[in-house]
Ligand binder design. Sequence first.
Ligand code: CMC
Length: 430
Amino acid sequence: MPKDSLTVTDNRTGKQYELPIENGAVRGMDLRQIKVSDDDFGLMSYDPAFMNTASCKSSITFIDGDKGILRYRGYPIEQLAEKATYLETAYLLRHGELPTKPQLEDWKKNITLHTFVHENVKKFMDGFHYDAHPMGMFTSTMAALSTFYPDAKNIFDAESRQLQIYRLIGKVTTIAAFAYRHSIGLPYTHPEDDLTYAGNFLKMLFKRSEAHYKPNPVLEKALDVLFILHADHEQNCSTNAMRSVGSSHVDPYSALAAASAALYGPLHGGANEAVLRMLKEIGSKDKIPAFIKEVKEGKGDKRLMGFGHRVYKNYDPRAKIIKKLADDVFEVTGRNPLLDIALELEKIALEDDYFVKRKLYPNVDFYSGLIYQAMKFPVDMFPVLFAIGRTSGWVAQWEEMLLDGEQKIARPRQLYLGHAQRQYVPLVRR
Ligand code: CMC
C-alpha cells in the first residue's frame, strides 16, 4: 500500500526516519530530528537561491514552467489579458475572486481617490538630481511614503491594510509619472478621476499644454495589458523580498520599497532595460552571430538578456501575448526598428544548440521594452513600468503572508565554514 511519506536512512547511524510528504514536499524542519548524537544540532537542507525550496503555501498564482502555463487564481493569463482590465485583475489577485460590478466600481473609486499624493511628496522628489534613475526615485519615494502614513504600521488591522492597498496601487502611477516628469524637467501633472488607470497614468506622463489630454485608446489598452501580464509571478525575487521584509512586520511601504529595489536588478525587472541596450549594442542583423558567439563563450559575463527563466523551461506565455500586442502598438506608433534585430535574434537562439539544451526561451522582458520604447518611454522608465503592474501582486502576496498562521519572521540558516575560535592579534604583531 503506497504511503505519502519518505523513508530516510542515515548511513552515519543506520537509523531510519519516516518523513510525511504533504503537497509534494517534505518539511525542512522534519530533517532536524536526524542527529548523530543528542547534542547534534540536527540535519539541515542546503539550498542556495531557493532552487528547490518552497518558502510558503500560496493560492494566488500557478506556474507550470515546463508547459509554459501561468494562471492568476486559476484564470489563464491569456483570458485575463484579453478580457479583463488591470484593476479587475488586481482585485482578483487580492480577493481571490473576480469582482461583481458594484465591487469593481467601489475598488476603482477607492484606488482612483488615492492616486493623489501629499504635496510634500513633490518637494521630496524635487531633491533628486536631474539625471537620477527613475527607479531609484520610485524606490526611495515608496519608502518615504511610510513617513506620511504612520497608521500603516497597523498591519493586523484589516481596515488599515485595505486602506494601504488602495493607496499603494493608486499612488504608484503618480509617483512613477512624477519621477519621469522630474527627469525631463516638466511640471508634475495631477491625476484625473474620469480616466482609466492606464489612461490616467499616460496623462500624468505625457500631458503638455492641451486643455484635455485624451490617451490613445490602443496605447492605453496595451499598457493595461502589460500591467496585467506583470501583475504577479509567484515567488520571484522581488515578491520574495516583499514577503521576507514584510515578515518582520514592518509597514507595507517599507516592504514594497525593498521589493522595488529587488526588481531594479538586471536579472529581474531591470532586464527589459538591459534588452533594449543589448539590441542597440548589436545594432544590425549581421552582427547577431558574433554576439551569440560571445554569449556562448561567456565573454565578459555576457548573457542574452530577455532569455531564460528560473521556472519557465518553455516559451514564457507572457512573451507570446506581448509579441502579438506589439503589432497593435506598432500600427499606431510605427514599427520599432529594433524589432527586426529581436526577431532574428530569437530565431537564431531558438535553433542554437546552446539555448535549446539549456531550455532558454524568450521571457516577458524580451519584447516588452520594444513596446515601451515605441510608446516613447525612455529606457530608464522600463523597470518602473514593471513595478507599477507588480504592485498588485506584491500587496496580495504580502497580505497572504501576514494571514498565514504558519509564517514567521523569515530567517534562513547558514552553513558556517569560517575559522573556528581564534585569539585576537594586536596590530603590531600582524
Ligand atoms: N543567456 C545565456 N546563457 C544563459 C542565460 C541567458 N540569458 N540564462 C541562463 N543561461 C545559462 C547559464 O549560463 C547556465 O549555463 P551553464 O549550465 O552552462 O552554467 C544555464 O543557462 C542555467 O542558467 P542559470 O543562471 O543557472 O539559471 P537561473 O535560473 O539561475 O537564472 C535568469 C534565471 C532569468 C536569472 C537567467 O536566465 C538570466 O540571467 N536571464 C537573463 C536576464 C533576464 O532576462 N531576466 C528576466 C527574467 S524574467 C522577468 C523577471 O522575472 O524579472
